[in-house]
Design a protein around this ligand. Structure first.
Ligand SMILES: Cc1ncc(COP(=O)(O)O)c(C=O)c1O
Length: 382
């Protein structure tokens, strides 16, 4: 059997990782500033993570949600505490798309309404509801094109009000920072108005923190820079450092009933152990603070390049993002730089289209690694 070819692959096969370093099958070393798409939050093969997972695997890898699982309870308690959402409830699933799928269903169950408002350029995943709320016609099958989802432009509060005032909406879904789009932030003021407007018109506010959450921006969730609280927060990616997991944090106003949501694999013993190991490392190594600190380092290096504080690196048109969720929009003459960083200097980075390089490194990244990247960038753009 052949693989179903839906991915454009680099001809590189990593076989080993440690921290922010990867090695391919020929022994070539790479520095990883991409983290397999913002997934590697505590570095590859962190010793605490591998030890906890190995121990759990030898005890019990899986049992279904028909029995007690105190690892789930511990994860809910710890996640609530670290995120400031301790009065919320946690539903565990297996991926980001699945977390959003459940969030949309909850909004609809709770309000009895069927419409969802989403934003231009949004990406919420590839399952049915999540892809319907994703602003990319190329990945929406005819089945997923539904009158239940409308899109308005990010930061356009008047357009939001025009839709919500119809009274037809179960909820609004918005990314903490738009990732796949190329790193675009909702303004703090916009989020505050959006919060107030959801309250006014009885819509559930869903914050998709799947890429921007788990400390990446220098706060646990990116929307916390605006001081608001969401009704539902979705998480995945960095949550278990590569072990598949998704989480839905649910306001106490939204009441559960038996059978309302469910999953076979969600919240299994290995996934919870991986997520608990990640929280241990985030706390013990102060990784949220490190994300803010190294983010500031990158910002200084790329945004204060000349005589004044505002002069951008010569290859960059715009620097976007917060902490370690960075979008570097390239000037036209530097398009192709990402491939050169990979094949000539051996740095993995992310991208959005041809002209945006995305940096999504592990939150454990050290300043010397960041400096090594800046030096390689300067060498290639001289
Ligand atoms: C903001 C956001 N939401 C949802 C998803 C979907 O997550 P998954 O690929 O785990 O289904 C992604 C993945 O890139 C994402 O960036």
């Amino acid at each position: 059997m052949e693989l179903f070819k839906t991915y454009k692959l680099w001809d590189i096969e990593p076989v080993k990782g440690l921290g922010t370093t990867l090695w391919d099958k020929d022994g070539q070393e790479y520095t990883d500033l991409y983290g397999g798409h913002a997934v590697i939050s505590i570095g590859h093969c962190h010793p605490h993570y591998t030890e906890m997972l190995t121990e759990q695997l030898a005890k019990l890898g899986f049992y279904s949600n028909a029995v007690q699982n105190s690892l789930q309870q511990e994860l809910a308690h710890r996640l609530g505490k670290i995120s400031g959402y301790d009065d919320y409830a946690l539903f565990l699933c297996n991926s980001g798309a699945e977390a959003n799928e459940n969030a949309i269903k909850l909004a609809s169950f709770h309000t009895g309404k069927s419409k969802i408002l989403a934003f231009g350029k949004a990406f919420h995943g590839r399952t049915s509801g999540a892809v319907s709320a994703t602003d990319n016609p190329k990945i929406r099958a005819p089945f997923n094109v539904t009158g239940n989802v409308e899109f308005v432009q990010l930061n356009d509060i008047e357009a939001v009000e025009k839709e919500l005032s119809t009274g037809l909406y179960a909820g609004v879904i918005i990314e903490g920072i738009q990732g796949v789009a190329g790193i675009y932030e909702p303004a703090d003021g916009f989020l505050r108005e959006l919060r107030a407007m959801c309250d006014r018109y009885g819509a559930v506010l869903i914050l998709d923190e799947i890429q921007s959450g788990y400390g990446r921006t220098g706060k646990f969730f990116a929307h916390q820079f605006s001081g608001i609280k969401a009704d539902i927060v979705t998480t995945a990616k960095g949550m278990a450092n590569g072990f598949p997991i998704g989480g839905v944090l649910i306001s106490p106003d939204i009441k559960p009933s038996y059978g309302m949501l469910g999953t076979t694999f969600g919240g299994n013993h290995l996934a919870c152990t991986a997520a608990l190991a990640v929280l241990d490392v985030i706390e013990n190594e102060h990784l949220v603070e490190n994300a803010a600190r190294i983010g500031e380092y990158f910002r200084r290096e790329f945004c204060q390049c000349g005589e004044n504080a505002e002069s951008l690196d010569k290859a960059i048109k715009e620097y976007r993002g917060k902490g370690l969720m960075i979008g570097l929009e390239l000037k036209d003459e530097y398009i192709g730089l990402r491939d050169r960083l990979l094949f000539e200097e051996h740095f993995f980075t992310g991208a959005a289209g041809a002209n945006v390089i995305r940096l999504l490194p592990s939150l454990t990244i050290k300043e010397e690694t960041a400096a090594k990247f800046v030096a390689a960038w300067r060498k290639l753009t001289e």
